[in-house]
Design a binder for this molecule. Structure first.
Ligand code: 76R
Length: 282
């Protein structure tokens, strides 16, 4: 069928709820409801515990690609899950299975955050990286220029893969999650800055973040259109104080100091599901 005059027929991919590139991501936090728990007899509790261990086993058939369980500090939540998969229903199925288990009534969701993985628009491609080197005063004739460029081109595919299809860090047991926005205030509106200015601020931000390499890992997931904030920040650290240090330090980046606002913070300790349930007396 031809469209209205001037209408350009485009060939579109088939409609899908799966991410065509990257993964859906859900952070969800539950609080143990002591009243509901007290209403369950020992056998229901035992059965519920076994069901949850199976539901939260990342190796089981049908599990989302990534599933992380943690015990949460503070009164807002007791149990935290972080789930990633191309299929949002595979992620939601975990939440529904928790609810449908014998312990479902005793686990009340108190917070969740829905987002997707992405490669930030501020990650330079090879060409932009070369431009950056030249802007820093490097000559294309300098052998170091070619070497830097080649090293960057070599690193880029793995970096992009980690942003779109992240592996959880192996040895870090502390994790922190919080949502954030870039503000739209008349005197400080991130979204009216030209791209070049935003890119410069984000490059400064990245340079400040890289100093935490080996101590902190970060994953920024995008939530514009998916949740009430624009990004979710997930941090993993080798020690609790590194979380405080990185969040405090990065507040001084102009991109944060001038333009960022933050939602609630959740700090939690990663452990296999059986340990987390034991910790929660479940
Ligand atoms: O992805 C990359 O590693 C490339 C560079 C980079 C980008 C594009 C980067 C590096 N970040 C990027 C994007 Mn970040 N980041 C935050 C926070 O608490 C605060 O003040 C802010 C919360 C932290 C702690 C952090 C850490 N970053 C973003 C974006 C998306 C902006 C957009 O697309 O408009 C947000 C919201 C954001 C926020 N960042 C790093 C870090 C760290 C530690 C690094 C270095 C990563 C490394 O070691 O590779």
């Amino acid at each position: 069928m031809s469209g209205p005059p001037g209408h350009v027929q485009q060939s579109l991919p088939d409609p899908t709820i799966r991410m065509t590139q990257g993964w859906h991501c859900l952070h969800i936090y539950y609080r143990v409801d002591p009243g509901a728990l007290a209403g369950l007899d020992a056998s229901a509790r035992g059965e519920g515990r076994e069901q949850l261990i199976e539901i939260l086993n990342p190796q089981r058939d049908g599990a989302p690609e990534r599933m992380q369980v943690s015990a949460v500090s503070g009164h807002r939540a007791d149990l935290g899950l972080m789930l990633l998969d191309a299929d949002p229903l595979k992620i939601d199925a975990v939440h529904q299975a928790v609810r449908g288990s014998r312990l479902g009534a005793a686990l009340q969701p108190t917070y969740s955050f829905v987002s997707i993985t992405e490669v930030s628009e501020y990650v330079p491609n090879e060409e932009q990286y070369a431009e950056q080197l030249r802007a820093d005063g490097m000559s294309p004739d300098d052998p170091a220029y070619a070497a830097r460029l080649k090293a960057y081109a070599g690193r880029l595919p793995a970096m992009n893969k980690q942003r779109l299809y992240p592996d959880f860090p192996e040895n870090f047991e502390v994790t922190c999650f919080y949502p954030m926005n870039k503000i739209r205030h008349p005197s400080a509106n991130w979204f009216t800055l030209p791209f070049s200015a935003r890119r410069k601020l984000m490059a400064e931000h990245a340079t400040s973040g890289i100093k935490f390499a080996g101590r902190v890992s970060q994953l920024i997931t995008a939530s514009t259109g998916f949740d009430d904030w624009e990004w979710g920040v997930t941090l993993w650290a080798g020690a609790p104080e590194y979380i405080k240090e990185i969040v405090y330090t990065m507040r001084f980046d102009e991109a944060s100091a001038r333009y960022a606002e933050f939602g609630p913070f959740y700090i939690s300790y990663i452990m296999p599901a059986p340990d987390a349930l034991t910790h929660l007396h479940l």
